[in-house]
Design a protein around this ligand. Structure first.
Ligand code: FAD
Length: 303
């Protein structure tokens, strides 16, 4: 129970860890919606992370990982249990070695792309505009502009639900479209990426192409990126456009009029508003085209 978990965590965690109760998640998600987490923890290091998962296990309190919150739709009632974020410096370093880049799980993809560019390393350009961190991006098998995380990954270090640390080569980690099932129950703590030398001109050009394409095709208002996975037959954005749903509003949320697969929070939306639009799009796609849409954004928490 939470009541017993809290004193144990306060006793056991090192001074560098952050522990807060009733942390509002709307300020930690890019959609800017979501109620509070009962407990929010930023462990100072792997040892403290192990303390958190062990204590949650022994007190039967659920925990979940939070990256930059750019693929999460947290319901208005928030999250019961513990939300863990790897924001501490121990999870936020980048080391460049011969042929490899080692990045902590808390490193933003944009920072990784720019560090690689500074070191004249290619393969990271597509990460420039994905607003997640390394942990969240590996969990989601994030990708853009024809490239994806696991194409540049060499190995990942993670903690299992029992607190043991494991390192696994990319060849031993099965991945699916926008999903890495291994990291559903295991916590990515750092990753090693393959670094290939590139020329400054080519890296610059690739990065600016990615950035321009994004600015032209995506809305600037708060969102969680693509709401739905793309069915094999048609990109969801086009489907939503063909169904005439772009610009549809519910409360403070709107199906973007720039990109049909984005829902934006442009007017103090609630999670309920956004979920209402998601359900409506799903129903219309099924009724009009027989297409079953599945969300890419992860919907978590309580109403
Ligand atoms: P979060 O949203 O915080 O979490 C996502 C999932 O990862 C959750 O299940 C969480 O529990 C889990 N998780 C987080 N950290 C860890 C960890 N350390 N270990 C294990 N699990 C963890 N996505 C793309 O793929 N391509 C795009 O081009 C793209 N463009 C986007 C554009 C915009 C404007 C926005 C808002 C989003 C976009 N996204 C895109 C979606 C999102 O940025 C990616 O899915 C990103 O990888 C999520 O990372 P995050 O750190 O924000 O994870």
């Amino acid at each position: 129970m939470l009541r017993d978990l809290l004193p144990e965590l306060r006793r056991s965690l090192s001074a560098g860890s952050v522990l807060r109760e009733n942390e509002l998640l709307s300020k930690r998600t890019t959609l800017r919606v979501g109620g509070p987490a009962d407990v929010y923890i930023e462990p100072a290091n792997e040892a403290d992370l192990a303390v958190v998962v062990a204590a949650c296990k022994s007190h039967a309190v659920p925990w979940m990982m939070l990256g930059r919150g750019s693929n999460l739709l947290v319901r208005d009632g928030g999250i019961r249990g513990v939300v863990i974020s790897l924001n501490a410096p121990a999870f936020n370093s980048i080391t460049i070695q011969e042929g490899h880049v080692i990045a902590g799980a808390g490193i933003r993809l944009r920072a990784l792309a720019f560090e690689a560019k500074k070191a004249l390393l290619t393969g990271f350009e597509f990460m420039e505009g994905i607003p997640g961190n390394v942990g969240g991006a590996l969990r989601m098998n994030a990708g853009a502009m024809g490239s994806a995380m696991f194409e540049v990954l060499s190995s990942a270090r993670y903690m299992d639900a029992g607190g043991a640390v494991v390192e696994k080569s990319v060849d031993d980690i099965p991945v699916e479209y926008r999903n890495c099932p291994l990291f559903k129950t295991n916590i990515v703590t750092s990753a090693v990426f393959v670094a290939r030398r590139g020329s400054k001109e080519v890296i610059d050009q690739k990065m600016s192409e990615c950035s321009q394409k994004r600015w032209k095709s995506q809305p600037a208002a708060p969102s969680a990126g693509c709401i739905f996975k793309n069915p094999v037959t048609i990109p969801t954005g086009r489907l939503v456009e063909e169904l005439g749903l772009k610009g549809t509003r519910r409360g403070g949320a709107m199906i973007s009029d720039v990109h049909g697969n984005f829902i934006v929070n442009d007017s103090n939306a609630s999670a309920r508003d956004i979920i209402g639009l998601i359900e409506m799009v799903k129903e219309k796609a099924l009724a009009a085209r027989g297409i079953e849409l599945h969300t890419e954004v992860q919907i978590v928490g309580e109403d």
